[in-house]
Design a protein. Structure first.
Length: 528
């Protein structure tokens, strides 16, 4: 688990209501659970945003706030407050509780209180953390929260799924013509806030509001000097709408003394059950997200990396028989297994993702679940590996025998690699990636399918080769690390072959779709 005691104290406060709404509207098409038809697009968008933030910010503490459906003090003060907003779409309503379930699985404390908005809870919690000099970042899509920025509190505001801006005191001043966070509520009160249906003072836009506040310091100061206000039209509108300006100020000001307390102990982030999180994400069919669940990996004393760094570990965690083929005896034993009529699943490891320019590093084979061979041929630091020319000479008659069935995942890549190395694969029988697509799977990556069908979390390639400027090639990875990764690829391809073949048989039997029927028949009964 993540040892928060070793990390810099950083509190993330999440505006749950705002981010869920933004996620829902950012994804235009419904994203449904195949077994129930339930729309979960807002949950998916939120989960992505949450994991992205956790990965980038590496917080020691996390808490989330939500609105409740009951009216707040603002609704009681102003009947028209947010009255123009359409009702929450029926397909979105239930997603708030799903996000709550997800946050409970991560053991993130939830703050919500009848009569107050999530913004007020954020204001109160951030004021308490500010008083304790705790560095705090508020995640939201609501510019109202910019009034909460201090030397300790920043706002990371999402304007879209991809675009986010971090606001500190100087960034707020840049946005509002030199006026800091303490002026945000007053600016919004004068200009109005259409998103909340707050009218503001008619005829006073943001430029006039900034100019007046720069000159007189506050709304109170403006009215104390009302005779000097220019232009005359603004002066007249301010005089006529005195009560409205004061009421708008109350509506736009975030409350910072809600009767709640920030519990730092409960908000420590990282000591959650990974299984509980995986269970919920699996139930939601968010298989592609699961490898991103953060977990601290152990570092030895020679590693200069911050001990609190988050990693994304995965493990098959079961009994498997994976053999490294690095001598003639093991090679002959493997050849006798893969040359049988039943055939084999295989996968290649290369120096890049371009099959035409990459070099072959290793080949993995599997003829039965939970077992596989890894044949290293291009690792830079492994002296025991067999000569590539010799290996290819032994494999060529097997791959080029049309009577020996061959299976792969994304077979086009692997057969292109083999072709580049002088071998024409003639017995290709089944591509599990194509089969997954025909079976109607939302995600067709090998690791996603292994998780969906077998509940097994395979190792992410980045755990071996890294990413960015520090990324290495597979040839630079030790055989000790590469072998279980590569062997698992062939192993799970073989496992998927069995279950996907059965699914396609059912489709062929039950469907009336002639095109799908023909494609399925080709995949099941013909070589490529």
């Amino acid at each position: 688990m993540i040892d928060t005691n070793e990390r810099k104290t950083l509190l993330i406060l999440i505006d749950g209501h705002a981010l869920i709404h933004r996620s829902f509207h950012a994804i235009q098409q419904p994203l449904t659970i195949s077994s129930t038809g339930e729309d979960v697009r807002a949950v998916y968008g939120f989960a992505n945003a949450f994991l992205r933030s956790i990965s980038e910010l590496n917080p020691s503490h996390v808490a989330i706030t939500f609105d409740l459906p009951a009216p707040t003090f603002r609704h009681k003060m102003f009947d028209e407050y947010k009255a123009h907003r359409p009702p929450t779409p029926p397909e979105l309503r239930g997603q708030f509780d799903v996000v709550r379930r997800l946050m409970r699985a991560f053991e993130v404390p939830i703050y919500e209180l009848e009569g107050f908005e999530a913004d007020d809870l954020l204001g109160t919690l951030s004021a308490q953390s500010d008083k304790e000099n705790i560095e705090t970042i508020i995640l939201t899509g609501d510019s109202d929260t910019l009034q909460l920025v201090t030397s300790n509190v920043k706002v990371l505001m999402s304007s879209s799924v991809q675009n986010r801006t971090m606001y500190d005191v100087n960034a707020v001043k840049e946005r509002y013509g030199g006026l800091g966070p303490e002026y945000v509520a007053e600016i919004k009160a004068l200009q109005g806030d259409s998103s909340d249906n707050i009218p503001g003072v008619p005829g006073v836009g943001i430029k006039t509001a900034i100019s007046l506040l720069s000159s007189y310091g506050s709304i109170a100061g403006i009215y104390e000097n009302i005779e000097d206000v220019k232009p005359p039209r603004a002066k007249t509108n301010l005089e006529i709408n005195y009560d409205l300006a004061l009421r708008s100020k109350k509506l736009t000001t975030i409350v910072k003394d809600v009767p709640i307390r920030l519990d730092l102990e409960k908000s420590k982030f990282g000591d959650y059950s990974r299984k509980n999180v995986i269970d919920i994400l699996g139930e939601l069919e968010f298989h592609s997200i699961i490898p991103r669940i953060p977990q601290k990996y152990p570092l030895d004393s020679s590693d200069s990396t911050d001990i609190g760094q988050l990693s994304f570990l995965s493990d098959i965690e079961e009994d498997v028989d994976y053999i490294v083929v690095d001598d003639e005896e093991k090679l002959n034993a493997m050849l006798s297994q893969i040359s049988k009529d039943y055939g084999f699943s295989f996968d290649t490891e290369t120096t890049s993702v371009n099959p035409m320019t990459s070099e072959l590093v290793g080949i993995s084979f599997s003829v039965s679940p939970n077992s596989a061979y890894y044949l290293p041929v291009g690792h830079e630091s492994y002296n025991e590996q067999l000569d590539l020319v010799t290996v290819l000479a032994h494999l060529k008659p097997i791959f080029e025998d049309p009577n020996i069935p061959v299976r792969a995942h994304n077979a086009n890549f692997d057969i292109t690699v083999m072709s580049k190395n002088g071998i024409t694969v003639k017995g290709l029988q089944f591509d599990t990636m194509i089969a997954a697509h025909l079976s109607g799977k939302r995600t067709i990556g090998l690791k996603d399918l292994a998780l969906e069908y077998f509940g097994k979390e395979m190792t992410n390639i980045k755990e071996l080769i890294g990413s960015g400027k520090s990324q290495i090639t597979m040839a630079e990875v030790s055989v000790e690390k590469a072998a279980p990764y590569a062997a698992a690829d062939a192993d799970f391809t073989e496992r998927l072959y069995k279950v996907l073949k059965a699914e396609l048989e059912k489709i062929k039997k039950n469907t009336n779709n002639i095109f799908l029927n023909n494609i399925t028949r080709i995949l099941l009964h013909q070589r490529f």
